[in-house]
Ligand binder design. Structure first.
Ligand SMILES: [Zn+2]
Length: 118
């Protein structure tokens, strides 16, 4: 079996990163995203999912679409968020998120020239 390759990876990554992190809400029922309408036009904080803390220090920057935690130092984009919280590989996370956002993955056919060589 050849390694599966996503042909349009660049496009898929851009497509995923176009979405703000709070849109992942349905995938993270355990995370208390703010309920207030309009809050997503501002930076917002949640309790760090990795630490027991009383005051939220896990910040989403609405402008840059990045998160950073002032308690544990974790930071990144929407894909990093999924990777870290679901404990998945980057590749598995990209596939899952592409599905979630209905972004089409174009798979490269198995590379027969290499794998069929004997
Ligand atoms: Zn943290």
């Amino acid at each position: 079996m050849g390694k599966r390759i996503i042909k349009n990876l660049e496009e898929v990554l851009c497509g995923i990163k176009d979405h703000p992190i709070w849109e992942l809400k349905p995938l993270f029922p355990e995370i208390h995203f703010p309920k207030r309408k309009g809050v997503y036009s501002l930076n917002y904080f949640i309790l760090c999912p990795f630490l027991k803390e009383k005051h939220p220090s896990f910040c989403f920057d609405v402008r840059t679409q990045l998160f950073s935690c002032f308690s544990c130092g974790l930071h990144g984009d929407i894909i990093d968020f999924y990777v870290r919280l679901k404990d998945k590989t980057f590749f598995a996370s990209v596939i899952r998120l592409a599905k979630f956002f209905k972004i089409k993955l174009v798979w490269d056919k198995e590379d027969n020239t290499n794998t069929k060589q004997r």
